[in-house]
Design a protein around this ligand. Sequence first.
Ligand code: CP3
Length: 343
Amino acid sequence: MDPTERFLRACRRQPVDRPPIWIMRQAGRYMPSYQAIRDKVSFMELCRSPELCTEVTLMPIDQIGVDAAILFSDILIPLEGMGLDVSFDDRGPRVSPPLRTAAEVDGLRVDGADEEVAYVYEAVRQIKTALSGRVPLLGFAGAPLTLAIYAIEGGSSRNRHSVRKMVYEAPEVLERLLDKLATVVTRYLRHQIDAGVDVVQIFDTWGGTMSLADWRRFSLPYTARIMEGIKDTGVPIVHYALDSAHLTEGLVELPCDVLSVDWRQPLSLIREQTGGRFALQGNVEPGVLTCADEHIYAAAKACLDDYGDGPGHIFNLGHGITPDVSVAAAKALVDAAKELGAR
Ligand code: CP3
């Protein structure tokens, strides 16, 4: 079956010969070939170079044989277009200045923010040309809430004190920020779609840190607005949330095609809870990739057996691949998913 057709059909819960497989963060630090590029350029320089992004995006297609490519970039890139300084060091991302006041949020650029990062759309065009139809290409963006958390905290934060304070003391400032982010992300994804991506994924990685009530207020409406804003393109939409078992009754309200979930609950249970209305992506625990091949094989089998024969499964990890994994282990997972999925 043609890989693009297989992927699109899986998103739409139509029968396929086997579930497609790709891996979140499949192009990254676990690959010596990626490290070799990073020895020469910074992460931001890499993101700003369509040529290097193309080279990196294709690495996992060639080296581990995944069934889909994902644009090489980062969810924080649009924040740069909005006027914030984005950088990455050993401790993770830095966003400055951290947004804390209404005046700081009001100062963020919306109009033109999408054009500031036009190098991303050029990367999509070059990747599509380089792939020449071998596999489909996913585009992506961060959900407004997840982007807001990085912008408010100024980077990764264990306890998210500043965000929590804003939820209680100044929810209207948070809502104003989310509103701006939703507008920029909608335009950003439309550009990626115009440039040729076949599927888009929205990452609400930190959505699960909120209660169901707060997620309903501060994430659902903004992500739903983005989804409605790109729906007319017909491009399937995937939603990812980490640690989101308590959000399921809210997630079903998202106007998307695929829910990507972590490893904490079996896909069969989530399918039951969501009434079979979504294709499901996931959900092997990333840690198994540091184990011997027999464990990787068993984990792939358990995931496929749990989902069963029904349509609408996109095989993936429950979160991104970690830097301590070997390329051989990643390939073992892909090989196992292909072999076992074809039965
Ligand atoms: O999946 C892919 O291969 C495509 C590229 C991609 C990256 N980041 C490259 C990257 C994608 C889809 C992302 C999304 C992203 N970025 C998310 C959502 C998914 C998730 O993992 O939860 C988040 C939360 C970020 C923010 C981010 N970017 C963090 C926290 C970090 C540092 C820690 C880490 O995991 O690496 C990054 C940096 C980053 N983004 C790297 C890569 C390959 C490593 C940069 C380096 O080379 O040093």
